[in-house]
Ligand binder design. Structure first.
Ligand SMILES: *Cc1c(COP(=O)(O)O)cnc(C)c1O
Length: 373
């Protein structure tokens, strides 16, 4: 009789290895920078689904503010950390989320007066004042109120005693790739000063994400109170400028998977061609037979466009749902079935790996010991 359960319940591969030592060093450097700039840092956890092991590590490294685009992640962080940390929902809330936000003391980004009014009545009912961050459009064409709407919103806020403005925020380089400039910051400073005048107290100017760091490498920031970053801390890179940040470390995330086929083959040259399994037109290059390896990891687990392989003579041909295909024709190494290959993983690849239940997560680090989940 075969056992009812598979013999190996949690396969060791594919796996995502997280190097906590590298993350700790990035945390230390970023905390020091922010301290010297007089800016408060916020860890954006959406890139790793607010994974509890990583979130706790960042809290232990010294961060006290966290932001995520998913409310369930934030509720989990509240359970993990208690009331001491500040939590932001950095995606504009859906109406059905307002009660939960208020109950868990989570600070949402808001860009509409109607939502402020609704939050006010939710908070009035619970008796718990609701802090909010006003999202301001900074030029990227994504969320945020326009500059000319601010006076109207300020007037509205004076009628909403249960809504309290924590600050204003803008986000750049996410959608249109607009990079921040000093003129953007100048305008935000004007909004902040205007609102401080109306409200009669100080509020926070918060900017994100990683793209803002480059602005301050030469001239320290002025007037900004808070920065939200994920990419710099996790990957030591700034994709908006296609660069590695020279004062941070890369390579904290490595994805490994097993080779399940090694063969020299060639896709058919003739016949009818359709689209691939994802509706894309495959790029056909008829280069003759090539040695290919198939790796047991696919689009369901990873974004193959953000995997970096250390054998420069190997190219990633593409991926199906469950295979990654590499061309190893030019390589001097001999790849065998059963070998494990590893890739440095970028933002999208790590996010997808955390989303996939098929990818084992392994944490390595001097302090934490080694753990597997
Ligand atoms: C994702 C995000 C960030 C962090 O961006 P990084 O480029 O990962 O540093 C900051 N703010 C908001 C609103 C975001 O959505």
């Amino acid at each position: 009789m075969l056992p009812l359960m598979p013999l190996q319940m949690t396969p060791s591969y594919p796996r995502l290895e997280v190097n906590l030592d590298i993350l700790e060093e990035n945390a230390r450097v970023l905390l020091e920078k922010c301290h010297s700039w007089g800016i408060s840092p916020v860890v954006v956890t959406k890139g790793f689904l607010a994974d509890p092991v990583l979130a706790c590590a960042f809290r232990d490294f010294g961060f006290a503010k966290f932001a995520d685009s998913n409310l369930a992640n934030l509720v989990r962080l509240r359970g993990l950390f208690g009331p001491q940390v500040v939590l932001f929902l950095i995606r504009l809330p859906m109406l059905e989320e307002l009660d939960t936000l208020n109950a868990y003391g989570i600070v949402p980004f808001v860009s509409h007066g109607e939502v402020l009014e609704r939050l006010n009545s939710v908070a009035w009912k619970s008796g718990k004042v609701q802090p909010v961050v006003l999202a301001i459009e900074g030029g990227d064409g994504r969320e945020g109120m326009l500059f000319e709407e601010i006076p109207e919103v300020a007037k509205l806020l004076q009628r909403l005693p249960y809504v309290s403005v924590y600050g204003i925020a803008t986000t750049l380089a996410c959608l249109s790739g607009v990079l921040p400039g000093w003129d953007t910051l100048d305008r935000l400073m004007q909004v902040k000063e205007f609102l401080q005048g109306v409200l009669g107290r100080d509020i926070v100017l918060s900017v994100g994400g990683t793209t803002f760091l480059a602005l301050w490498e030469e001239d320290p920031p002025w007037g900004v109170d808070e920065i939200r970053f994920g990419e710099a801390l996790l990957f030591g890179s700034d994709i908006s400028r296609k660069r590695n940040i020279p004062w941070l470390r890369q390579g904290a995330f490595v994805i490994s998977a097993e080779i399940v086929e090694v063969r020299t083959k060639e896709p058919l040259k003739e016949g009818a061609f359709g689209y691939d399994a994802f509706g894309k037109q495959p790029s056909q290059s008829f280069s003759g037979p090539r040695k290919r390896i198939l790796v047991a990891i696919g689009k369901q687990d990873v974004d193959e466009n953000q995997l970096y392989f250390d054998d420069a003579h190997v190219t990633i041909v593409g991926a199906t749902s469950n295979y990654l295909v590499l061309d190893v024709e030019e390589s001097t190494k001999s790849y065998q079935v059963g070998d494990i290959v590893s890739f440095r993983a970028g933002y999208g690849a790590v996010l997808r790996a955390f989303l996939s239940p098929y990818v084992a997560k392994v944490y390595r680090g001097r302090k934490t010991g080694e753990g597997e989940r």
